[in-house]
Design a protein. Structure first.
Length: 243
């Protein structure tokens, strides 16, 4: 599909690193971009506090994007938290379960997120849904896979009789490449914003700041973020020396 200045998008926006990069990606491409977040009793609910701060920083530091950023929406899915009983929705330890999936996996989460986003988009006439899912560097969640999400997109199109699309700009990127994409989109200003304002730590830890941002430095989300940041920095440093 040809992207035009008058097109629009709805970004699934948690306040974390990946969804912030996706929001910047969408703002660079589309004329009008709205955001939607979800409250599902997540253990790392501090991310919900970060969402508005990230949006405010994006509009303040990137005036070319400010006019494109539209309304924010928050949808409450408390029943998802009650049903799942995972390490993301309780104080349970983060371990690998018997089925081979991490205990942070919330069954049906992304399926519900996109379905509710589509219902919102249908009402607001925004048929392009953008999410930060990735199956290159991820925690093994089956609902982050491209095949899952494209099958879901087809189900949404059939179920709503409208031309919905699901776009996942990070799907085939490593975390290092995601950091590089952020830099390509917004330079050091966007990197600084991601480090200071976003939140990805599963445990909700924001007392300690690392080079890559705030977090416990131990959960899978922190480990992926830190590893990707170090790899991106090493590549960037090597490139600078070569020049």
């Amino acid at each position: 599909m040809t992207h035009t200045a008058n097109s629009n998008a709805l970004v699934l926006f948690s306040g974390g690193q990946d969804s912030t990069v996706c929001l910047a990606w969408a703002l660079e491409r589309y004329g009008h971009v709205e955001t939607v977040g979800f409250k599902y009793r997540q253990r790392h609910s501090v991310e919900l506090d970060c969402r508005l701060a990230v949006r405010a920083e994006l509009t303040a530091k990137f005036p070319n994007w400010a006019g494109r950023l539209g309304a924010d929406h928050v949808i409450e899915l408390d029943e998802l938290g009650r049903l799942s009983e995972t390490a993301l929705t309780s104080e349970a330890e983060i371990v690998i379960a018997e089925n081979g999936l991490p205990s942070t996996f919330v069954p049906g989460r992304n399926l519900l997120f996109f379905t509710y986003a589509a219902a919102l988009g249908y009402r607001r006439r925004i048929l392009r849904l953008v999410g930060g899912m990735c199956e290159t560097d991820f925690s093994g969640y089956p609902d982050c896979r491209d095949a899952t999400l494209q099958a879901l997109a087809q189900a949404i199109r059939l179920g709503m009789e409208d031309e919905f699309e699901i776009e996942t700009p990070l799907m085939w990127l490593t975390k290092a490449q995601t950091w590089r994409l952020a830099h390509d989109l917004g330079g050091e200003a966007l990197i600084d914003l991601i480090v200071e304002a976003t939140h990805s730590c599963y445990r909700g830890e924001r007392d300690v700041r690392h080079a890559w941002g705030y977090g416990c430095d131990d959960c899978p989300a922190c480990q992926l973020r830190a590893k990707g940041f170090a790899e991106w920095q090493a590549t960037a440093d090597a490139s600078a020396e070569a020049q």
